[in-house]
Design a protein around this ligand. Structure first.
Ligand code: SDX
Length: 431
């Protein structure tokens, strides 16, 4: 880390503590409190980490006020429009856009790792057919470490590299297997002749009885959805992966932990919850009732797909996703899809409502993605698995960045203790 750019002075009782302040390339400076507990015997207190930088990173930058998202400096709207998912994977992993030959080599390496060990098919058979695909994915991804011992030594840079390629390559296969298993259809093997997104669609929707030709427009839309979900700074699931990795856990276990965290409806589970909410609203005339519920402090209901810890402006991914929704539904001839109409009207009403305006609540990445995935034929139970497979490159890039830092330490937050003070044990006969 560079030298401090300035110093803050903190006075607690009779103690005066000097705290260095560091500046990054973009965004807020950071106040270095690493020595605070040793100097002042106090902890900082920030349960939701709303004002805490847990690490330094060069991968993704978000400006929540401007609604900007950069991956290694490149804005997400340019990447979504001009790049593709595997090229963005290379950018996130290695820091630069690949040359033509580098991209070709990377694509071939990923393609040749898309199959999973045949023995893993047995894992699926242990689940009930109606198991949510997210539950299957958490279990099977964690089990990858039981099959790929030759890429679990995190001290070996080559094994870290192989684990990253294996995870990016195998997550779509595992997600597709989870889907096929849930609908009682046979697994479909990856096809090396197909691109990454097309391969995923083929593994989900092909059946052995006939040829299945992937619609190139839908493959491009799926590739764009994957790109929009690739990485997002230190969100809850990425922080989970970093914390798990800080203990030295193997990369497969760390990614399984990230999948588990993403599952929550406040995070990656919001895309499924949002489509289910839009379907429950059903028609435009019922929107005011739900807006009222969302504003009612005594009602736990929240508008799913709205609001964000960082974005206090439009989520730039939501903008691209909205354009893609129009494109895909027009292509499929379902532009009058009632769910899309409800979503657009809900967005319009909310963005004019004082409650949402004052709290700076805008549509986020999860607001439109489900409409596209639904139109493609995915059940809502596959929305978060698609988010998880798309985010795997972000998780593993952040994990690699953390593991490669020689100064890294195990993450171990402290607390404000509010429990009982010391007291002696009382035998049960005297209680
Ligand atoms: C993702 O962190 C990331 O980067 C995540 C993500 C990624 O790519 O990794 O971007 C992906 O998780 C997107 C977010 C998906 N979640 C949802 O759409 C679920 C609905 N959204 C909310 O649960 C909420 O907005 C959060 C969880 C996303 C953010 O919550 P915060 O930052 O903790 O904000 P908050 O709960 O403190 O809300 C601030 C105020 C509160 O009102 P007051 O207590 O101040 O009166 O806004 C209200 C909230 O009640 N509010 C909402 C609301 N979101 C916040 N009110 C109604 N509907 C909502 N959706």
């Amino acid at each position: 880390m560079a030298e401090p750019t300035k110093t803050a002075t903190l006075t607690i009782d009779d103690k005066v503590i000097e705290l260095p302040i560091y500046s990054g390339t973009l965004g807020p400076d950071v106040l270095d409190i690493r020595k605070l507990y040793g100097q002042a015997d106090v902890f900082t207190y920030d349960p939701g980490f709303t004002s805490t930088a847990a690490c330094d990173s060069a991968i993704t930058y978000i400006d929540g006020d401007k609604g900007e998202l950069l991956h290694r400096g490149y804005p997400i709207d340019q990447l979504a429009e001009q790049s593709n998912y595997l090229e963005v994977c290379f950018l996130l992993l290695y820091g630069e856009l690949p040359t033509g030959s580098q991209l070709k080599d990377f694509e071939q390496r990923v393609t040749r790792h898309t199959m999973v060990h045949e023995q893993m098919h047995n894992f699926f058979r242990g689940f009930r057919r109606d198991a949510p695909p997210m539950a299957t994915m958490v279990g099977v991804v964690g089990a990858l470490s039981a099959f790929y011992h030759d890429s679990t030594d995190i001290a070996d840079p080559w094994q870290r590299e192989v684990a990253a390629i294996r995870l990016i390559a195998k997550l779509p296969t595992i997600a597709a297997m989870a889907y096929k298993y849930s609908i009682g259809q046979p697994f479909v093997y990856p096809k090396n002749s197909l691109g990454y997104a097309a391969n995923f669609l083929h593994m989900c929707f092909a059946v052995p009885c006939e040829d299945y030709v992937v619609n190139p427009i839908l493959a491009k839309a799926m590739d764009r959805i994957m790109t929009l979900h690739a990485d997002h700074e230190q969100n809850a699931s990425t922080s989970t992966v970093r914390l798990a990795g800080s203990s030295g856990a193997n990369p497969f276990a760390c990614i399984a932990a990230g999948i588990a965290c993403l599952w929550g409806p406040a995070h990656g589970g919001a895309n499924q919850a949002c489509l289910e909410m839009l379907r429950e609203i059903g028609t435009v005339d019922r929107i005011p009732e739900y807006i009222r519920k969302a504003k009612d402090k005594d009602d736990p209901f929240r508008l799913m797909g709205f609001g964000h810890r960082v974005y206090k402006n439009f989520d730039p991914r939501a903008k691209v996703m909205k354009e893609s929704a129009d494109e895909v539904l027009n292509l499929l001839g379902v532009e009058n899809n009632p769910t899309l109409q409800v979503a657009k009207e809900l967005e319009r009403i909310a963005l004019e409502d004082e409650y949402f305006v004052s709290k700076k609540l805008y549509p986020n990445v999860d607001f439109y993605s489900g409409i596209i995935l639904d139109a493609m034929g995915f059940p809502t139970s596959m929305f978060t698995p698609i988010f998880a497979l798309s985010r795997t490159v972000g998780w593993i890039s952040q994990w690699k960045e953390m593991i490669s830092d020689p100064t890294g330490k195990i993450g171990r937050p402290r607390q404000l203790y509010t429990g009982s003070a010391f007291r002696d044990y009382v035998d049960v006969r005297h209680r």
